[in-house]
Design a protein around this ligand. Sequence first.
Ligand code: UDP
Ligand code: MG
Length: 309
Amino acid sequence: MKVSIIIPCYNEEEVISLAYQRIYKVMERISYQYEIVLVNDGSKDNTYNILKEISSKNDTVKVINLSRNFGHQPAVTAGIELCSGDIAIIMDADMQDPPELIPDMIDVYLKEEANVVYAVRESRKGESFFKKVTAKLFYRFLNSVSEIKLPLDTGDFRLIDRSVIEEFKKLKEKKTYIRGLITWVGYKQVPFYYKRDQRLAGETKYPLSKMLKFASNGIMSFTKKPLEIAIGLGTLNIIVGIILSVYVFISHFSNSITTVPGWASLMIVVIFFSGIQLLSLGFIGIYLGRVFDEVKDRPDYIISEKINF
Ligand code: UDP
Ligand code: MG
């Protein structure tokens, strides 16, 4: 059995050598054949040079260099599509997912005869209160609106086997929410509980803007609920409209209506319902934007160089 370790790297010069050493130690201890696939996602610092140096000393280290920064999910996708292992383990470069857990994960995979072992974060160290709370809420919200059951508190840290990799590769849609797509593929998926460490060094490569984009991608890929909500609000709008018309009609014939006194209520109705309309249009716009992206059919990433393949 051959094990592939897939790691996306974006501006990780401070941690990548240490990360490699820790993974190398673990992999040398276990008896399986292995490869470490490091994907450089258009880093602007010295990361790529460090990766080249590591790969020149050890040919089990393979490097994929993307032509620019495509983002975390496309980088992981590149690794999954090019890896050659019978099983692949996806992890972060910052060692928040401890590589020392790899043998245990493989044990679970073998014992349970699973196809996917997904790591569930029991706790997360060294992350801001804001990030922890928003992540907790997001995964619960996404699960409640998603058309398939998505495991809670689970990142991309997971083990997947060849059958899942092959099915994943066949998916033609943009791979913007990998953890969801792998869940969607099905087969036997089992959890693996762990405590998430803090970043070894450096800053998070997921600022709020990227987090929001990632969350929006997850929602738009796995549910049409917002569109249903828009339809619900629209229906409510019509019902209230009918009731109001009846009221206006009756008032008109009972001669109790005067133009000026109705102004405040009219403004409230206009503002409220134009808000609902804009919101609904926004939802539709986002989905339409995704359709636009899919129709253009540009690749998820472009590779400019491969080393040791
Ligand atoms: N990453 C990447 N491209 C990006 C952003 C992040 O390849 O545009 C990588 C990054 O190098 C790391 C992983 O994705 O290996 C997760 O990023 P990070 O640890 O900063 O995210 P956090 O753990 O803070 O959510
Ligand atoms: Mg991290």
